[in-house]
Design a binder for this molecule. Structure first.
Ligand code: GCB
Length: 610
């Protein structure tokens, strides 16, 4: 009997995985209590705080043993044995990865426990309290006051839990077990070309909410009618059915009232007479206020249409060229994962200087500041999930993990005008299971959001018997709106001198984005332009590649690889790499390489013919 109960409890604890609440939308502009700052931590290589010595999880038991770290247990008397203490443990800053904060954690992949104590000012037992994480890489097991809230997997997307039933005004504590071990069936998988930074890498915030509150909403310009705004408002709480909710846009002198249905959802649809459209040239954002009774939340939303016609991309009906750059989520100057508005300003100001109106946020969802600032500064955005290289295509659980991350990023950024493309994957090897996997992701994306375009970074390869012709043949190219592919002629194969003779023969009447090309260069290393790793070599590759790509008739944009050198465990050549992928146009110290100016000039002189 006892073992049956234990089994049931164990199964229940597994059911809790993925059981976090629906995302609280626009946490960005809601007022909250920040839990950022110093958190105590314990490194737990052997998962001693999670499993007992029979390798059974402590949190599967009603009476977790003295070794369970999430209980925050203290010795009750001088005889008592407790082999951990958060209060005497060292601290890490949150948000922030552990690798860049502590030298001895630089290469660490494994489990690490965080703990933070908190009080809730003006605590009111009739309110609801949510704890929200911007991102934790990769798996987070979250406990409040010794009880488990749930588990989240996926290192780059937000999640939240309702912890109302567990918190009080004073002396609360939250404990998070973070595990960044890579695994073959996860997303991403074992092999990536970026640093696997572990930790609570984005903000942690507590939100105080009314019993019934606005949980989620969307407001977008209809893709076919540029005078129609559409979306929904979703309430959460006991009294969510048949409630009046309103949307107002003061600048347009407009207030609209809607009623929720039995599930707490109000469909929103109304026409507007005059609207200034968001674009890269005029990044117009409107203040939008949503109200339930006298509880308001506000947002800043831009309205625009992004469509394709033949091989053109149209922004508000006008052909555009996407002058882009690929970016990893790193602030090389501070070191480590980027997370703050200051980090976003640094990266986006470099992209602006380069002359970009577009950026590819590779290879996973970046922190929300990036899309928010892009909204304000007029930079269009490609967002991507880490379905990278060889994912476990046949595994349904792996698919669910990818779909969950996709759903979470769409949920978070669905009201950002700057975000124009959802990318499903990067450089994935072709097969039937992969086609089904990606097609299902595309299907989900279209159901969740039909106002944006779908793409994926595919690959080209040489044509048999014609070494100067490259082709892209991929069944998934039929599914996407924009055909994007990475190409490294002159770096991973082919002669830099021969780039000018290369042709791309792409038989799809769709817009093309070259989602990557590039070459590695150590900033400050000068040699003749055929010497690898020299700034001159990288510059030559850009000088040869840009005009060659420009001849592709369907070319609608490029996002060269990459804005800044970034850390990668795959790049250990000394002295050229030293743990950095050197394809950046800017070094880790912020110094511009020669090719930066070549791309800048290309963008400046680029003419778009209608
Ligand atoms: C690629 C990958 C990117 C790598 C890059 C490289 O094709 O998409 O993640 O970092 O090549 O530098 O090799």
């Amino acid at each position: 009997m006892k073992s049956k109960i234990l089994l049931l409890l164990f199964l229940l604890s597994n059911v809790l995985i993925y059981s976090q609440e629906k995302l609280l939308h626009n946490n960005y502009l809601r007022e909250g209590l920040s839990l950022n700052g110093q958190w105590n931590y314990i490194v737990d290589m052997y998962e001693t705080g999670y499993y007992n010595y029979r390798w059974e999880p402590h949190d599967g038991s009603e009476n977790p043993g003295a070794g369970a770290f999430f209980t925050n247990k203290k010795p009750e008397n001088k005889m008592d044995l407790v082999e951990f203490d958060f209060d005497t443990a060292p601290t890490l800053n949150v948000p922030g990865d552990w690798n860049s904060q502590k030298e001895n954690l630089y290469f660490y992949e494994g489990s690490l426990w965080y703990k933070k104590s908190f009080n809730i000012k003006n605590y009111n037992s009739s309110k609801r309290y949510y704890i929200h994480f911007g991102a934790v890489n990769y798996r987070a097991d979250v406990y409040v006051n010794g009880k488990k809230l749930g588990t989240h997997k996926g290192g780059f997307t937000p999640f939240n839990f309702d912890m109302s039933h567990l918190v009080n005004a004073k002396d609360n504590f939250v404990i998070v077990k973070v595990d960044n071990k890579r695994a073959a069936d996860e997303v991403p998988t074992l092999n990536t070309d970026w640093w696997n930074y572990g930790g609570i890498t984005r903000d942690v915030t507590i939100y105080e909410l009314n019993e019934t509150f606005i949980e989620d909403y969307s407001l977008q310009l209809d893709k076919n009618n540029n005078k129609l705004l559409r979306g929904y408002i979703q309430l959460n709480g006991e009294a969510k059915a048949n409630k009046e909710v309103s949307i107002s846009i003061p600048e347009l002198k407009l207030i609209k009232i809607f009623k929720t249905d039995n599930t707490g959802v109000a469909k929103v649809e109304f026409s507007v007479k005059k609207l200034e459209y968001w674009s890269d040239i005029n990044p117009k954002l409107y203040d939008v206020i949503l109200s339930l009774n006298d509880d308001d939340i506000s947002d800043k939303i831009g309205f625009r249409q992004i469509t394709t016609q033949g091989s053109d991309i149209l922004l508000n009906g006008k052909k555009i060229f996407l002058k882009g750059i690929s970016i990893h989520e790193e602030n090389p100057i501070r070191g480590g994962r980027a997370y703050s508005m200051e980090d976003a300003k640094l990266l986006l100001s470099w992209a602006k200087d380069l002359g970009c109106n577009f950026m590819r946020l590779a290879h996973y969802p970046h922190n929300e500041n990036m899309a928010r600032l892009a909204d304000e500064w007029g930079i269009m955005v490609w967002e991507e999930i880490p379905v990278y290289w060889t994912i476990d295509w046949k595994n349904q659980e792996t698919y669910k993990k990818a779909e969950q991350q996709l759903t979470e990023v769409i949920s978070r950024d669905k009201n950002r005008a700057s975000v124009i493309i959802w990318s499903m994957a990067n450089e994935t090897p072709q097969s039937e299971p992969r086609f089904n996997f990606l097609s299902n992701l595309a299907k989900t994306t279209r159901t969740l959001d039909n106002t944006r375009l779908i793409s994926a970074a595919l690959e080209d390869h040489g044509k048999v018997g014609d070494e100067n012709t490259m082709i892209v043949e991929d069944k998934f190219a039929e599914v996407v709106d924009i055909l994007s592919f990475n190409q490294y002629y002159g770096w991973y194969g082919g002669d830099v001198d021969n780039i000018k003779n290369i042709k791309w023969d792409v038989n799809y009447n769709k817009p093309i984005i070259i989602s990557e090309f590039g070459a590695g260069a150590k900033q400050g290393y000068h040699a003749d332009n055929l010497t690898r790793w020299s700034e001159e070599f990288q510059d030559l590759l850009y000088k040869e590649t840009l005009p060659t790509l420009a001849k592709i008739p369907q070319l609608s944009g490029i996002t060269p690889w990459i804005l800044v050198d970034f850390r990668s465990p795959r790049r250990m050549l000394i002295p050229q790499q030293e743990g950095w992928n050197r394809k950046g146009l800017i070094s880790e110290e912020g110094n511009r390489k020669k090719a930066f100016y070549t791309l800048q000039k290309f963008y400046k002189e680029l003419k778009i013919d209608d």
